[in-house]
Design a protein around this ligand. Structure first.
Ligand SMILES: Cc1ncc(COP(=O)(O)O)c(C=O)c1O
Length: 397
C-alpha cells in the first residue's frame, strides 16, 4: 500500500513540514547539503527492505540486475527508466551511483586523457570533485587548471566569458557545476557545453543540486557526462544519485569499482558493484512521485520565488547589493552578510556555530572577501524561517 501524500493545493511552508522527520525545534535552511527525505518515501523504502528480506537471494541475485537473467526487466533498469522520464532521458543512458562524487569519479576515469592534456575546473568547483580531478590528472600525466569565475556572478554570460578566456590549446576536458555549491547559482551549462565542444573539449557536468530543483532535460544540455544527486532535491533516500552518459561514451565508461559487470554492458558495470542495499535506487521513482504529488511546477515556483525574495529582502535590510540575475537563482541562494561579522573562514565557522547553537542550520561561507549564508528554501521552508535566521544574524553582530 502506498503511503498517502500531502493534500492539494499543496500547503507549502510550515504546514508541509510534518511530511518530513525534521526536528520541530530546528530552523532548517540546509536542505541542499545532504537533502532530507520525505516520510512517505522512507516508508516505501522500509516496506521494500522488508520485502527483500523475504527472499534476499531472489531479489538481490535474480531480480535486481541483468546478472541474474530475470524474466522481466531487472528492477534497477525499471527504476532507471522511471527516473529517466523526469530527466528527459532514456533509462538505458542512465545508471545509479551512490552519490554525485562517485558519478564524477566514474566520468573522470572514463574521459580520454593523455599525458600533457589539460583538464579545466572552476575555482567554485566542489572540493571533493576538484580532488578527484587532481587524482586523475596525476594518474594520466595531465595538468589540472583552475579557471576563475567572478563572485558575485552577475549573469550567465559572464561565466561563459570567463570559461572561454580560460580554455587553452591543450584543454581536453572541462568539469563544470550546474549549480555551484559555494554561490548556489545556476550556470548556463547548455551554452557552456556548446562552447567547449566547438573547441573539441569534452564536458563533465556536476549537477549535484539540479534534479528536482527545476525542470531538467539532461540530454538537451549536450554534455558528455552528467552526474547528479537524487537524494537532495529529488527526495530520494540517502545514497542515491545518477550518472547520465552520452551514448558515444558508454562503452568506455567504467564504475570506479570493478565487479561482475566489468566485461559486460555499461549498465551492468554500475548495476552490480558488489552486495549492497539497493533500496535508495529502487525508491528513487518514489521521490519523484512525492515531488509530483506536491506539483513540480508549483514547487519550483514557490521555492525559487522564496529564494529570490529572501535575497532581496535580506540584502535591503543589511544595506548590501544582490547582484546576480534572477535566472541564476533556483531554490538555493547565497546572501552576503554584514561586513561586521568578519570576512574569513574562521569568522564563517564561528557564525555557523553560533546559529547552530540557536537551532538554525545554514552553511556560512567566506568567499571573495566577505561572508555568505547559503539558504536552501525547500518546500517546507517559509518567510518565518528566513526572518528567524536574519534576527539571529543581527544578534551576532
Ligand atoms: C556542487 C556539488 N558537487 C558535488 C557534491 C557532492 O555530493 P555528494 O556528497 O552527494 O557526493 C556536492 C554536495 O553538496 C555539491 O554541492
Amino acid at each position: 500500500m502506498r503511503a498517502p501524500y500531502p493534500p492539494k493545493p499543496t500547503p507549502f511552508g510550515k504546514d508541509l513540514r510534518p511530511w518530513w522527520g525534521l526536528d520541530p525545534e530546528l530552523t532548517y535552511l540546509n536542505h541542499g547539503t545532504v537533502g532530507a527525505c520525505p516520510l512517505p518515501v522512507l516508508a516505501a523504502q522500509e516496506q521494500l527492505r522488508r520485502r527483500i528480506q523475504g527472499n534476499p537471494a531472489r531479489w538481490l541475485l535474480r531480480e535486481l540486475s541483468d546478472l541474474g537473467s530475470p524474466d522481466s526487466p531487472p528492477l534497477l533498469r525499471q527504476a532507471a527508466a522511471q527516473v529517466a522520464r523526469h530527466l528527459g532521458s532514456l533509462g538505458q543512458d542512465l545508471v545509479f551511483v551512490d552519490n554525485a562524487t562517485t558519478g564524477v569519479n566514474a566520468a573522470l576515469r572514463s574521459a580520454e586523457l593523455r599525458p600533457g592534456d589539460e583538464v579545466l575546473i572552476t575555482d567554485l568547483g566542489y572540493g571533493s570533485v576538484t580532488l578527484a580531478a587532481r587524482r586523475i590528472c596525476k594518474e594520466r600525466g595531465a595538468d589540472l587548471r583552475i579557471a576563475h569565475l567572478p563572485v558575485p556572478l552577475h549573469s550567465g554570460l559572464q561565466a561563459l566569458e570567463a570559461l572561454e578566456a580560460a580554455f587553452g590549446p591543450k584543454t581536453r576536458l572541462l568539469i563544470t557545476d550546474h549549480v555551484t555549491s559555494e554561490t548556489a547559482l545556476v550556470l548556463p551549462v547548455k551554452d557552456i557545453s556548446a562552447l567547449a565542444h566547438r573547441r573539441g573539449i569534452q564536458v563533465i557536468v556536476d549537477g549535484a543540486h539540479a534534479p528536482g530543483s527545476f525542470a531538467l532535460n539532461i540530454p538537451a544540455l549536450g554534455a558528455d557526462w552528467y552526474a547528479a544527486n537524487l537524494h537532495k532535491w529529488a527526495f530520494a533516500p540517502l545514497g542515491c544519485a545518477i550518472l547520465w552518459v552520452d551514448p558515444r561514451w558508454q562503452a568506455r565508461t567504467e564504475h570506479p569499482i570493478a565487479s561482475w559487470g566489468e566485461e559486460r554492458s555499461f549498465q551492468l558495470r554500475f548495476d552490480w558493484v558488489g552486495t549492497k542495499d539497493p533500496t535508495p535506487f529502487l525508491c528513487a521513482p518514489e521521490g519523484f512521485r512525492f515531488l509530483e504529488a506536491l506539483g513540480s511546477e508549483a514547487t519550483w515556483r514557490y521555492t525559487s520565488e522564496l529564494a529570490w525574495s529572501s535575497a532581496q529582502q535580506l540584502t535591503q535590510r543589511w544595506g548590501l547589493p544582490f547582484l546576480s540575475e534572477r535566472s541564476l537563482v533556483g531554490p538555493m541562494v547565497s546572501v552576503p552578510l554584514p561586513k561586521a561579522l568578519g570576512q574569513e573562514a574562521p569568522d564563517a565557522k564561528r557564525l555557523q556555530g553560533q546559529l547552530q547553537r540557536q537551532g538554525i542550520e545554514v552553511p556560512i561561507k567566506a568567499l571573495a572577501g566577505q561572508l555568505w549564508a547559503r539558504l536552501s528554501l525547500a518546500p517546507y521552508c517559509d518567510a518565518e524561517d528566513v526572518s528567524r535566521f536574519a534576527d539571529a544574524v543581527e544578534s551576532s553582530v
